[in-house]
Design a protein around this ligand. Structure first.
Ligand code: NAX
Length: 331
């Protein structure tokens, strides 16, 4: 840890839904330097809705009690214009989680409007260089809505999180090959953070060997794919609550790689398509990406086989349907 006079200028980091389950895990990772670096102080700007404000007060008390050297200020508010003011990085976590009685279209209808107001506030008050990650579901379409309502911010600064799905894929491969997760590289997610997603193993490696040589095709296109795609539901069934610590960890990984670079590794990020791989322009779609100097570059030249193409097509269709359902929210 650096002492104070070696430190950089603080950055402003906004987190919405800060008193929720993911917020409770995420804030401690940001505050400890896991995301923006051990020499990067942060000012935390935390947004809740009025019914969450008392819980947020408690979270802020606990953050103070953690005495993090990197936390140079904190504000808790129910006003997006305060939370996003001059923000350099924004985690859009707050939204209504899906309950057993809701299908995906209910979720889109319940959460879409939140991202209209938040997009407008980002447009009005955030740093023009802000980096936005959307975690709240349906995260691809929520990112699309926020982006469409923030016309002064370049679209590539709006992303949605598929890193949890990638990390789940890494976890499954590591367990099956009986190696630590650090030995698995370059497995990534195509498409939507929903059960249509495709965890692509074709360019992945396991201790330097091709994953497609280490694992049989039946497992890769069967149990592996199904386990990753339905893991969220399995966690809800086992824990009685949706993934929280693993989601916070994935959000930390996503923003860390964007901010500090992915060291040449392929990582999964959903971002507005510029037509890569035939994905219609503007759809927020998860692609293989690399990050360097604060920029995301889509790896746009990987070969696509018939199976991958069918999965990409399935995700395009699902995301076009979601986009159609929120067309009146797109400005
Ligand atoms: P919680 O219900 O624990 O917390 C959500 C918090 O958001 C609550 O405190 C609520 O008061 C607040 N909130 C609601 N509307 C808000 C608004 N308009 N502005 C600010 N705050 C608002 O849910 P949690 O478990 O933290 O999950 C948050 C979101 O992440 C959900 O939408 C969930 O579906 C989504 N997830 C996304 C994942 C991904 O991989 N992209 C995985 C995990 C998670 O399911």
């Amino acid at each position: 840890m650096c002492d104070d006079n070696e430190m950089k200028q603080p950055i402003r980091v906004a987190v919405t839904g800060a008193a929720g389950n993911i917020g409770y895990a995420l804030l401690w990772r940001i505050a400890s330097g896991d995301c923006f670096g051990a020499d990067q102080p942060v000012i935390l700007q935390l947004l809740e809705i009025p019914p969450g404000m008392q819980r947020l007060d408690g979270v802020i008390m606990e953050l103070k009690d953690s005495a993090f050297p990197l936390v140079h200020g904190m504000v808790g508010t129910d006003d997006p214009n305060i939370a996003f003011n001059e923000a350099d990085a924004i985690f859009l976590v707050g939204s209504r989680p899906r309950t057993k009685d809701m299908d995906r279209s209910d979720l889109v209808a319940a959460n879409g409007p939140i991202f209209v107001g938040q997009g407008k506030a980002i447009d009005a008050v955030a740093s023009p260089n802000v980096k936005v990650i959307t975690v709240g579901n349906p995260c691809n379409t929520n990112a699309l809505i926020a982006c469409a309502n923030a016309p002064s911010i370049p679209p590539q600064q709006f992303t949605a999180m598929t890193r949890l799905d990638q990390n789940r894929a890494v976890g499954q491969m590591a367990e099956r090959a009986d190696v630590p997760a650090s030995k698995i590289h370059d497995v990534f997610i195509w498409g939507n953070h929903a059960n249509t997603m495709y965890p692509d193993p074709r360019f992945a490696s396991v201790e330097g060997k091709n994953a497609t040589d280490v694992f049989d095709e039946e497992w890769l296109q069967g149990a592996f794919l199904d386990t990753v795609a339905t893991r969220g539901k399995a966690i809800i069934e086992a824990r009685g609550a949706s993934s929280a610590a693993s989601a916070a960890s994935a959000a930390t990984d996503h923003m860390r790689d964007w901010w500090q670079g992915s060291n040449g590794r392929i990582v999964s990020m959903a971002l507005p398509s510029e037509g890569w791989y035939g994905v219609p322009e503007g759809l927020v779609f998860s692609f293989p990406c690399r990050c360097e100097n604060g920029e995301i570059t889509v790896v746009d030249d990987l070969p696509v086989d018939a199976f991958a193409q069918s999965k990409i097509d399935e995700n395009i269709a699902a995301l076009l349907e979601e986009r159609g359902a929120v067309s009146e929210l797109l400005g």
